[in-house]
Ligand binder design. Structure first.
Ligand SMILES: [Zn+2]
Length: 364
């Protein structure tokens, strides 16, 4: 059965589309441009590129105009029914002391990002929040102290289920209060694809293996550091000028016949030398050549939000630099595990690997 997928509300406007795995838009085109920098040997995409109707539906359409009309009548109820979650896309919970919890969607697909808020009386203080046992730092938009905000990142491999967003505070009598809003996680349909890369990136020698492990430790230490302040100012932007879509997020990859971890970033095929811009203000916490991701820059935006830019040919910043929004930080290249130039853009929110494009459609 064809059903329309109604992605969680992430902005002021919403749309309803035929299933398209996880990327916010342009999946069919992206599927064609997908494996930037890799030699694609086979596109086995059981759950991907599903924007076209399946073949039985096509054959129906071919029969006659009458049957096409019949098909649209058959599909209409399913499309409208399955869009129903849109009407209730946001989620709200009333709590003691006049506190209200709100999330930009009642459920999220793996790899998605939600914007959540706490509405409260200005006098209430000492708020903290966590989702599935992990802190979700709260911030307020000065000068208003009556609304607190947070981003909830759903890791691309988080199992489906219901997870509480728990918010605690102290009431006027000094008593600790807790209230929870349940947020459902649903499995996304990430395609699997087979790619051919240089063998050293699938079976590294001991020295290369050691280098890759050291890189991994370094990245873990970065993501374990939660800067308790907001370093960004305004909307996050896609890091290439004139580009709004990218592909490959979440794809399960078989490299030279061996399964590897899913692709946690968004790829933008682009000519070598194209300028790359910081998607928002922040502090550069890494600017170096890593084994798999080549010349890599990581920017800390505060509150556990990090963006990553990989495979660069040149890096124009150093670790410790503070960058302004849209500052040029480097150029597109093909360093690391690639065979062609492209930008790999990653987003990590409180350890969750999420689709970087999702933060560009929110206004955190
Ligand atoms: Zn990539």
């Amino acid at each position: 059965m064809i059903s329309a997928v109604c992605p969680p509300r992430v902005g002021p406007t919403r749309s309803c589309r035929i299933p398209s795995a996880q990327a916010p838009e342009g999946r069919h085109k992206l599927a064609q441009r997908a494996s930037a920098g890799f030699t694609k040997t086979n596109t086995a995409s059981p759950g991907g590129a599903t924007q076209s109707l399946p073949s039985p539906a096509f054959s129906l359409l071919r029969k006659s105009a009458n049957s096409a009309l019949r098909l649209s009548l058959i599909l209409a109820p399913f499309l409208s029914l399955s869009c129903t979650p849109f009407a209730h896309a946001q989620s709200r919970k009333s709590c003691p002391d006049g506190v209200t919890l709100h999330a930009s969607a009642a459920f999220a697909l793996q790899g998605n990002l939600l914007l959540a808020t706490v509405s409260k009386a200005k006098s209430l203080a000492n708020f903290s929040a966590s989702w599935d046992g992990r802190d979700t730092p709260l911030w307020s938009e000065a000068p208003s102290k009556s609304t607190l905000h947070t981003l909830i990142g759903v890791d691309l491999e988080k199992p489906a289920g219901h997870f509480d967003w728990k918010v605690s505070w102290k009431n006027a009598a000094g008593k600790e209060q807790t209230c929870a809003l349940s947020i459902a996680v649903r499995a996304a349909k990430f395609p699997t694809e087979h790619l051919k890369v240089e063998n050293q990136f699938v079976e590294p020698d001991p020295e290369q293996q050691k280098r890759a492990e050291d890189d991994q430790k370094k990245m873990r230490a970065i993501y374990d550091t939660i800067t308790p302040e907001r370093l960004w100012e305004g909307k996050f932007q896609v890091p290439l000028k004139g580009v709004t879509t990218g592909g490959n997020f979440g794809r399960r990859r078989i490299l030279n016949g061996q399964a590897r971890s899913p692709h946690a970033g968004v790829d933008f095929p682009s000519p070598a030398g194209t300028p790359v811009y910081a998607s928002q203000a922040g502090k550069v916490v890494l600017a170096e050549d890593l084994y798999y991701s080549g010349n890599t820059i990581v920017i800390d935006h505060g509150f556990g939000i990090y963006t990553l830019y990989a495979h660069l040919s040149e890096m124009a910043v150093h670790s410790g630099d503070h960058v302004a929004p849209a500052a040029e930080i480097g150029k597109v290249g093909s360093t690391g595990r690639v065979t062609g130039p492209h930008l790999h853009w990653g987003l990590t929110v409180e350890h969750a690997r999420v689709n970087a494009l999702s933060i560009a459609s929110l206004n955190p």
